[in-house]
Design a protein around this ligand. Structure first.
Ligand code: SF4
Ligand code: SF4
Length: 175
C-alpha cells in the first residue's frame, strides 16, 4: 500500500460539511460531526478550513503520549489511537503544532484521522460533490516543512487566508 496524504485546498472548501458526516458515519456509525476526525472551522464568514492530521514526519503527538496509546501505521503513515490505552490526558493535543487531536465528545479517548486505512471517506464525498477541496496524494517525503506548513491551528490558517483575501484588517477579526 502506498503511503498517502490528504491534500487540501482551503479556497475550494464550500463548508458543506459532507466530510464531517462521512467521517462520523464511518467511525461512529452515525451522523455526528462533533465526533468527526476531520472538522471544518469557519472563524470568519467565507473562510472554511478543513482541519485534520497531517502525519508529521516527527510525530510529536506519538512522542508525547505517556501510555503508548498512539502508534504509527507503517503501511499508511497514519496515527492510530488505541482507545483502551488512552487516558485522555491531552498531552498529544499540547504537542501537536496544529492542536489537531481532539477528545471524543462522550468517551474518554482522543480521536485522530487514521486515513480510513488508505481509502478516506472524506475525500470520496468531497470529490463526489466536485468541490475538490480534499484529494489523496502520495505522502510528501523529505522536507519536514512541506507537511508541517499545514500543521497549524485553524486560527493561524484563517489569519493567513484572511490577510490574502481581504487584507490585514480582517486578519484582526480572527480570535
Ligand atoms: S498533525 Fe498533530 S496529530 Fe497529526 S502527526 Fe502531527 S502532531 Fe500528530
Ligand atoms: S480520512 Fe477518514 S478519518 Fe480521516 S478525516 Fe477523512 S474520513 Fe475522517
Amino acid at each position: 500500500m502506498k503511503q498517502i496524504w490528504i491534500a487540501r485546498d482551503y479556497s475550494k472548501c464550500s463548508g458543506c460539511r459532507r466530510c464531517e458526516i462521512a467521517c462520523s458515519l464511518k467511525h461512529e456509525g452515525e451522523i455526528w460531526p462533533e465526533a468527526s476526525r476531520i472538522r471544518i472551522f469557519m472563524l470568519i464568514p467565507g473562510i472554511e478550513v478543513p482541519h485534520l492530521c497531517v502525519q508529521c514526519p516527527d510525530y510529536p503527538c506519538v512522542e508525547a503520549c505517556p501510555t503508548n496509546a498512539l502508534s504509527i501505521n507503517k503501511e499508511t503513515s497514519a496515527v492510530e489511537v488505541d482507545k483502551e490505552k488512552c487516558i485522555a490526558c491531552g498531552k498529544c493535543i499540547d504537542a501537536c503544532p496544529g492542536k489537531i487531536p481532539h477528545m471524543h465528545p462522550t468517551k474518554k479517548h482522543i480521536i485522530i484521522c487514521n486515513l480510513c486505512n488508505g481509502d478516506p471517506e472524506c475525500v470520496k464525498v468531497c470529490q463526489e460533490g466536485r468541490w475538490n477541496a480534499l484529494w489523496t496524494a502520495p505522502r510528501p517525503s523529505g522536507s519536514l516543512l512541506s507537511i508541517k506548513l499545514y500543521a497549524r491551528t485553524p486560527q493561524e490558517i484563517t489569519k493567513d487566508l484572511a490577510r490574502n483575501i481581504y487584507g490585514e484588517e480582517f486578519e484582526k477579526e480572527v480570535k
